[in-house]
Design a binder for this molecule. Structure first.
Ligand SMILES: [Zn+2]
Length: 154
């Protein structure tokens, strides 16, 4: 019979490694949302790359995608071990903001598409989205935000 559980020596060295790693990572950026996205980008880009290699078969395109993925990995490791926390936080915030804007735009567009009782118009002046009930014929909408008038057919 062999003992499967780790011996005291192994636990000790595991603890030492974890301790050393924690010391090494102290004051460094580590894994933030942008780094997670870079990792996913690196992994997921591999799928279209494989498909393109099988269909188009362009050596240059393949090399280009290799370079993009390599750049992602370099950026990932650079950002994990970076000590310039202000810059890294600003980058991450920029990424998270952009991501949320994209998400809410997508959700908004889906909701407007599903809403068959209203028509939506974007004000040319201030980009506010105005909602009007369907079936009113030709109308003039006054933007609630800036007062500009939009001619619309519902
Ligand atoms: Zn407006």
């Amino acid at each position: 019979m062999r003992c499967i559980a780790a011996g005291k020596g192994e636990i000790d060295s595991m603890y030492k490694i974890r301790n050393a790693l924690a010391r090494f990572m102290y004051g460094r950026n580590g894994v933030d949302q942008l780094n997670v996205a870079l990792l996913w980008g690196y992994l997921l880009l591999w799928i279209p790359q494989m498909i393109l290699a099988m269909t188009v078969g362009s050596v240059i395109l393949d090399l280009l995608l290799d370079l993009v993925r390599l750049a992602m990995v370099i950026a990932l490791f650079f950002r994990i071990f970076s000590r310039n926390l202000d810059r890294r936080r600003a980058e991450n915030q920029w990424f998270v903001n952009g991501w949320w804007r994209m998400r809410s735009r997508f959700h908004g567009a889906r909701e407007r598409y599903a809403d068959k009782a209203h028509k939506y118009f974007t004000c040319k002046n201030c980009k506010t989205i105005c909602r009007v009930p369907v079936g009113k014929g030709k109308i003039i909408i006054t933007c609630p935000k800036c007062g500009a008038q939009i001619q619309a057919k519902t």
